[in-house]
Write a protein that binds this ligand. Structure first.
Ligand code: GLU
Length: 428
């Protein structure tokens, strides 16, 4: 059976970066684990892959066809969980990679979920609100056979918003005939969303950063210069929280480029500027830098919070940060990991550092299922507890096996799913 699967795998050998990265990380991690070879092969594969082409009526009356995906990588630990991305860079391979990372992320932080991801090939900035609603509702209705609170639970990701999650919830609810808030997370609070969900990923990144700094004896917040790539939901909330805690944010960027001020950016002013203009371009009291320059600025902590494949063998030798905390999924390639390790740059990996989002998604799902809602204090307390517990387990594995934090996180997660799979057994 293993031979047949290996042959079939050759058919998807032309995969682009993200999936190659995810598979390379997996192959590295399983080498260090004492898992059954059938289990190793099984977990390497996405369970289900769904492609849909669907029509959307544009405001001018014309019908345009769009392509969307949803991949369930694993359902071993529970219903599959993961966001939906709207971007012109979406490919099936990218979605496969992101779904696989969700499986490991949920397993690492011990949520009762498998991993999934969805994507639609669209630039949401080119659509009106009405067009986005029609697109989201149609995509959601195409996903209905695959999704439910007990089978697959979507959430926001790049290019999608809480409002879109409300449309997904409404489309599902209208179809079944009653309201089902637990079918999707990241909703607005007034339709069953959770307090703190919007801020959760960015906040979690900073919680992990602080834990890493503390363990490395870097205590004085005012001396820690932080650079953040990406100013979307993750980067902007990470910046806001870090600023509030007294860290010095010296550089941030969005798709239009970056801004830099070695004395520290006034983050509330930058947030207000972006809220007003929709871009960092022209933001006062800072020098302009390119996105490439931003990654190699002098700083103590670099937070890539944009997208995958940003830190590569080409720029890893120039990175000046002492520490990288991954807000994005898959921002660092395996070759870059090797270079960073050689250079002694400490890295907190994505599946730990950005897990705050899915952790509070889990709280949202639990609150919706129980129809009992928690206050913000409780949410942040539980978020911190789960992240610090997961950080500690990862750091211990790193120490015990003399491996870096990425390897330790992947090993911990993959072992958990593998052991659960062995206990469940292979059907039939
Ligand atoms: N898209 C987010 C992630 O990559 C959140 C997923 C979720 O909340 O289900 O972790």
């Amino acid at each position: 059976m293993v031979v047949a699967l290996n042959n079939a795998h050759a058919a998807i050998d032309t995969i682009p970066n993200a999936y190659q990265t995810a598979l390379a990380q997996y192959d590295r991690a399983v080498q260090r684990l004492n898992l059954d070879e059938n289990v190793i092969e099984y977990m390497r594969w996405p369970r289900r892959e769904f492609t849909v082409n669907f029509p959307v009526k544009r405001d001018n009356g014309k019908i345009e066809m769009f392509t969307g995906y949803r991949v369930h990588h694993s359902t071993v630990m529970g219903p599959s969980k993961g966001g939906i991305r709207y971007s012109l860079d979406v490919t099936l391979d990218e979605v496969r990679a992101l779904a696989m990372w969700m499986t490991w992320k949920c397993a690492l932080v011990q949520l009762p979920y498998g991993g999934a991801k969805g994507g639609v090939l669209v630039d949401p900035k080119t659509m009106s609100l009405g067009e986005l609603e029609r697109l989201t509702r149609r995509y959601a209705s195409e996903l209905i056979p695959l999704m439910s609170p007990h089978s697959d639970i979507p959430a926001p990701d790049m290019g999608t918003t809480a409002q879109m999650m409300a449309w997904i919830m409404d489309t599902y609810s209208m179809t079944v005939g009653y309201s089902v808030p637990a079918v999707v997370t990241g909703k607005p609070v007034n339709v069953g969303g959770s307090l703190g969900r919007k801020e959760a990923t960015g906040r979690g990144v900073i919680i992990c950063m602080m834990e890493a700094l503390k363990r490395r004896g870097m205590a004085n917040r005012g001396d820690i210069r932080v650079v953040i790539q990406g100013f979307g939901n993750v980067g902007s909330h990470a910046a806001a929280y870090a600023h509030e805690l007294g860290f010095k944010i010296v550089g941030v960027s969005d798709v239009s480029g970056g801004i830099y001020n070695p004395r520290g950016l006034d983050i509330p002013a930058v947030l207000a500027y972006v809220a007003e203009t929709g871009t960092l371009t022209g933001c006062p009291n800072a020098d302009r830098v390119t996105n490439a320059e931003l990654l190699t600025l002098p700083c103590e902590v670099l937070i890539p919070a944009a997208m995958e494949g940003q830190i590569t063998k080409h720029n890893a030798p120039q990175i000046q940060a002492q520490m990288i905390v991954e807000g994005a999924n898959g921002p660092t390639t395996p070759e870059a990991d090797d270079i960073l390790n050689e250079r002694g740059i400490f890295l907190v990996p994505d599946i730990l550092a950005n897990a705050g989002g899915v952790i509070v998604s889990y709280f949202e799902w639990v609150q919706d299922l129980q129809a009992f809602f928690w206050d913000e204090e409780e949410i942040y307390r539980q978020l911190q507890r789960i992240l610090l517990r997961s950080y500690d387990m990862t750091a211990r594995t790193a120490e015990d096996y003399h491996v870096d934090m990425r390897m330790a996180a992947q090993m911990t997660a993959i072992r958990r799913v593998g052991e659960a799979l062995m206990t469940r057994g292979f059907y039939p």
